[in-house]
Design a protein around this ligand. Sequence first.
Ligand SMILES: [Zn+2]
Length: 347
Amino acid sequence: MNRRRFLSMLPVLAASASLPMAVWAAEKPLPLGMVTFTFDDGLVSNYNYALPIFKRRGQVATAGIVASRVTSGNNDYMNVDQVRELEQSGWEIASHSLTHSRPVQIPKTYEQEPVVGWHVDEKDPSHFQTQYEYERIAGLYQDGKPLKEVFSLAELAATPGSYWLDRCIAELHARPFRGGDPAEIGIRAGSYQRELEESKRILVELGYNVDTYIAPHNYWTDDVEVISKRYYARACTGRDSDNRPGSFDPYAVKRFMAHSKDTPQSYMRIIKDHCLEHGGWVVFCFHGVGDNTGWEPYSAEGMDAVLGWVVEQKIPVVTIRDGAKIMAELKKNQNVPQTKSLVRKGS
Ligand SMILES: [Zn+2]
């Protein structure tokens, strides 16, 4: 089915959701289900290989962009214009965080960001150090300005406005922009709340329409889900399961992970089981396509085979934003029976 025609049928689908329960149970609200392809990490292969495949078949997808990478100049990732071309081709641009950190590795909220316990190095009054309690630094800031990460004490000494984390002994060294009283240097370590808020702000400032969050590493906890509601309309995670109207949670959109070794037939199997059999919404989590960069890259031929088959079956292909809106419409009806999502078997 043509995507625009499918979306125009939304009011009809919503109306069918208000049918009495017996009728509802007899008629699947989404007879063929829906499929969404998401691409995490903003790899340039999404622009080089996935976009042409989707364009040729008149379909769209959702790209999860790591905000700090899109302007990094690193050629493995799409640049600002390439991401814009995706959006102009009908793709949805989602935030995939600021630095791709897990919430357990860094402070959770802005309140937990201040780094304390600093003392001045005896030999160098511009060199501060403290014990650091988190596993990772997702940006270190003084007066809102990021300090530069360096990788040795020698480099630190030569670089004003820098920091070095000695991971072996969890000791954090900084040469801040301004020194003075160690209790007053006001250094903050980027939190997961900042990952959520700043990434969206940066992507919106670049001109993209962003209201979906895709959790890095599919790492998603109840407390970060609560924080995410301040900044996003919905969020994606993993869990290798489909989404059903009755149990739909927009802040935990479930996705099937794609691995390099998966065959197109294995994805067709998932779609048959969850979309065609049960009217579910299947969301796939891909990374790179068509080359060797990124986590578990998938072949362009395989991607094209899966998408071609889905189109052939007339199963609607939607973005996360459109799919979630459809699910929310269907869920509005309180008579929707609670269907248990099937968990993917194997792999
Ligand atoms: Zn990722």
